[in-house]
Design a protein around this ligand. Sequence first.
Ligand code: C2E
Ligand code: MG
Ligand code: MG
Ligand code: MG
Length: 284
Amino acid sequence: LALPDTSSGWRLYQPSIEDALQKRIRLHEALRGALDNHEFFLVYQPKIELRSGRIIGAEALLRWVHPQLGFVSPVDFIPMAEASGDILRIGDWVIERAIRQLEEWLAARQVANDFHLAVNVSVQQLTRPDFARNLLQRLLRSRLPAGALEVEVTESGLMQNVDLARTQLQLLSRHSVSVAIDDFGTGHSSLAYLKTLPVSVLKIDRAFVSNMDTEPQDRRLAETVIDMARNFGCITVAEGVEKPEQAEMLMDMGCELAQGYWYSPPLKVEQFVEFCAAREQIAC
Ligand code: C2E
Ligand code: MG
Ligand code: MG
Ligand code: MG
């Protein structure tokens, strides 16, 4: 508790609710200008095929560094952008940037021909009636091979408006854009709904992966997700693999792909290209 000391004229500083609110307001204002001030960039986390150790793709993740506020985590600013509606413009930028990057990598032969790039898409974007059409039109204008782009939607986002989401996802999947459900296992989706969605990838949430080598219950949950994915005709990606023991277990369970610090954190473009070059030499 702050104790005002009138005699000496100083008092203990205590961050108040007002301070926290002030900070959020500043963050909101800063976020509004971030796109026009070119403060965003993408980083890329490799996706590894467990069985071969090959890099088969990457996930694009958004980064924001503000000149005064410094690095702000997407965990903090994405929900703000979703609440304000800014996520629509930001999301368009992410898709545009990701497509251009992939075109560059393919043209320079820095990634394999079957490499695919996944972008995260918020439910606000996905439930726009023209979302899929715009994305497909943009893809047509690019020289990317069919299937080069994947969209990741969180399980909880998807469940907020299954019917609108389904319409968009169906159009995307009919044109070879694959759909992944992100953070799977945390969003209480019903199996009845899942069955009706054109999903090809389930991403096992990091929460289950981080403790699977020590917690038998988490291990069983991961195994359940992998079995379920197989029954749905989906492949599984494990998020947040940090130890070789986890990778080993996941492979034994039949999980196909993995991402995590054990392989690589998300990387800036130059580092990502170096990582691919070094890794391909090892794999040969
Ligand atoms: P996500 O899509 O589930 O991404 C995985 C998060 O786990 C990323 O955090 C990644 O950096 C982190 N991660 C990867 N491997 C490991 C690991 O081995 N250990 C640990 N502890 N963490 C690991 P990041 O980049 O902070 O992103 C957080 C979330 O923000 C993402 O979760 C996604 O939901 C959202 N996000 C990021 N970029 C975008 C974007 O462009 N659009 C939208 N709509 N959401 C985004
Ligand atoms: Mg994701
Ligand atoms: Mg995730
Ligand atoms: Mg997550």
